[in-house]
Design a binder for this molecule. Structure first.
Ligand code: C2E
Ligand code: CA
Ligand code: CA
Ligand code: CA
Length: 279
């Protein structure tokens, strides 16, 4: 009995080591990924429910690891956050997204909103407002076409400080969206004090709303709550026409999901925008 316990102990502990080593390995590789240009931004279309036109894109990080292939941001963003690497990475994302926005403008394509995800660490970092200001001017991008996505849970962490930061960012003229709405603990009294423009219904309530009555009720309630607060409502995770029809009937403003397009490289978005310009 003792022997087998010992064996299972060693088994368990070497498994833990393996996981820790994988994390360490990823951290080391991630450190070099920015310099080696292994990080890339993909862009997922956001559709006006009323017109069906692409009115924006969300920039989403992709990491093409030289040996492991594509690594999901869901896997490496938490490691980047724990190690502080999210700061240089987040800065690159912001700069690259604005560069791309300028490039589409220079190509004469229709003006769309560029939505960028901001991590909790990045949000609380001293100098974010100054950096956004600097990048907007460096790339000569109209602030009203830029949107920062901040998760509900990171805003609620210290809501008073968040309100101040949001106010400073909003004063730049950029748009602000609350991401993953419905998954954290929101205080409605704070929600109405956040100077934000949009609310993104989390995809966990959207993806199965045609088959799950509770999800449908939550999605509808969130749309109504957003509108009551004077916010635009974006639904993400729209995978089929039935879901889109429901959201349209409920008055949702913007839709995003595989039904309209997966995250794609910039040139593919450019082609879609060019086609939209011709039509
Ligand atoms: P998120 O901000 O909630 O982004 C939406 C995620 O849902 C993306 O996953 C997108 O590909 C996926 N998605 C969109 N539509 C559908 C759909 O119809 N069905 C399904 N099944 N999925 C859909 P992705 O690109 O893997 O990103 C995962 C998360 O990683 C993001 O969630 C965000 O939290 C984080 N992330 C990605 N890029 C960045 C970044 O540049 N900075 C920061 N801080 N976080 C990022
Ligand atoms: Ca997002
Ligand atoms: Ca605003
Ligand atoms: Ca989200």
């Amino acid at each position: 009995a003792i022997r087998s316990e010992t064996a299972s102990y060693y088994f368990f502990s070497s498994e833990m080591n393996a996981e820790a080593q994988v994390r360490l390995g990823i951290e080391g590789d991630l450190r070099r990924a920015v310099e080696r240009k292994e990080l890339q931004l993909y862009y997922q279309p956001q559709i006006s429910v009323a017109t069906g036109a692409i009115i924006g894109v969300e920039a989403l990080l992709r990491w093409l690891h030289p040996e492991q292939g594509m690594i999901s941001p869901a896997r490496f963003i938490p490691i980047a956050e724990d190690s502080g690497l999210i700061l240089p990475i987040g800065d690159w994302v912001l700069s690259e997204a604005l560069r791309q926005s300028r490039a589409w403008q220079d190509a004469g394509l229709p003006t769309i909103t560029m939505a960028v995800n901001i991590s909790a660490v990045q949000f609380r970092q001293e100098g974010l407002v100054a950096r956004v200001t600097e990048l907007l001017s460096a790339h000569a991008v109209d602030p009203t076409t830029v949107e920062l996505e901040l998760t509900e849970s990171m805003l609620m962490q210290d809501a008073r400080v968040a309100i101040e930061l949001l106010t400073d960012l909003s004063d730049l003229g950029i748009q602000l969206a609350i991401d993953d709405f419905g998954t954290g603990y929101s205080s409605l009294s704070y929600l109405k004090q956040f100077p934000v423009d949009k609310l993104k219904v989390d995809q966990s309530f959207v993806r199965h709303l045609t088959t799950d009555k509770n999800d449908a009720v939550i999605a509808r309630a969130t749309i109504n709550l957003g509108h009551s607060l004077g916010l635009e409502v974006v639904a993400e995770g729209v995978e089929d026409v039935e879901t889109f029809a429901y959201l349209k009937a409920e008055g949702c403003d913007v839709a995003q999901g595989y039904y309209f397009g997966k995250p794609m490289p910039a040139d593919q978005v450019g082609a879609l925008l060019a086609a939209q310009r011709e039509s």
